[in-house]
Design a protein around this ligand. Structure first.
Ligand code: NCD
Length: 306
């Protein structure tokens, strides 16, 4: 039995197969409409989420399966003091697979150690968010036609943004990727990612503060929200929250075929005027998220559709 804790749990070849499956689902959704008939997905969300939870639920419903779960710690037995390990042992008796989001780094890993059903990490604190990364990889491969030879700018809260941490690890495995980290001093990418992932493999990167200085170099611009809930004080958040606002003026500096991605939710970092720009890919990214979660559920449940 397999779980998904980190995007690196799949080899590059396995990832290719998963993304191929997601593209096939996109092309022939009817083929998969009953692939999970009679199966149940539990969504255990100890931290708020709209997109990820609903995306998992839509994915399972598109496969003909059923869903149940909770959407906040307050509405689960965690409020009575139940441990994650006990909860997952109990859920294992009800469901065939589960997706867990938790504010504590490593909680889904603890669950997977005692679970008898596949556990998917749907985001653990500021650590990782592997299914967002699968979504991002599918979006990039589908819209740019490749996962190598890319210059990717990651902009915003690179310190607390778990989607960034997971995506950098995942893209670091492909040839000729250059990372440009765009952030204020206080929200720089953590040192352990630079040292353990990038410098250890001689992967080129640079860190800048002004988006305008690098815009014309980018194949992909990955915008992120300042992660208010992970700040220690509100004043710092208020000072930094509108540091970057992508607008049409800045988009003029970018390549014709650059794409703008964002894991969403967006706050102010992308002005709504950019939504009409054909290079804005963030809503298409949401749709890819459903296809890739369908592919992931099929893969972890070992369901083959011919
Ligand atoms: C992201 C997350 O939860 O980390 N959202 C998501 O899953 N699409 C990004 C964010 O909350 O800013």
């Amino acid at each position: 039995m397999r779980h998904l804790m980190s995007p690196l749990d799949f080899s590059v070849e396995e990832l290719d197969q998963l993304l191929d499956l997601a593209n096939d689902i996109e092309a022939h959704p009817e083929k998969y409409a009953h692939a999970c008939d009679g199966k149940k997905l539990a969504t255990l969300f100890y931290e708020p989420s709209t997109r990820t939870r609903l995306s998992f639920e839509a994915a399972m419903m598109n496969l003909g399966g059923n869903i149940f779960g909770f959407s906040s710690a307050a509405s689960s037995s965690a409020a009575k003091g139940e441990s994650v390990s006990d909860t997952i042992r109990m859920i294992s008796c009800y469901a065939d697979i589960c997706a867990m989001r938790h504010p504590k780094e490593g909680a889904p890993m603890v669950a997977s150690a005692v679970s008898s059903i596949p556990v998917i990490n749907a985001g653990d604190g500021g650590h990782q968010h592997p299914t967002q990364t699968l979504t991002d990889l599918l979006t990039i491969r589908s819209l740019k036609g490749r996962l190598d030879h890319l210059v990717i700018g990651l902009c915003g809260d690179l310190k607390f943004g778990r989607t960034v941490h997971s995506l950098v690890r995942a893209l670091a495995r492909y040839e000729h990727i250059t990372f440009i980290f765009i952030s204020p001093e206080e929200l720089k990418i953590p040192g352990y990612i630079k040292e353990d992932v990038l410098e250890a493999q001689n992967i080129p990167y640079k860190e800048v503060e002004r988006i305008e200085d690098v815009m014309s170099d980018l194949d992909i611009l990955y915008m992120t929200r300042v992660q208010r809930e992970r700040f220690f004080n509100e004043e710092d958040y208020i000072r930094l929250k509108d540091f970057y606002i992508l607008n049409n003026k800045k988009m003029k500096l970018a390549k014709e075929d650059m794409i703008v991605m964002h894991p969403l939710p967006r706050v102010n970092e992308i002005s709504v005027e950019v939504d009409k720009d054909p290079r804005a890919a963030y809503f298409r990214q949401v749709q890819y998220g459903v296809y890739v979660r369908m592919a992931l559920i099929l893969t972890l449940l070992e369901v083959n559709v011919c």
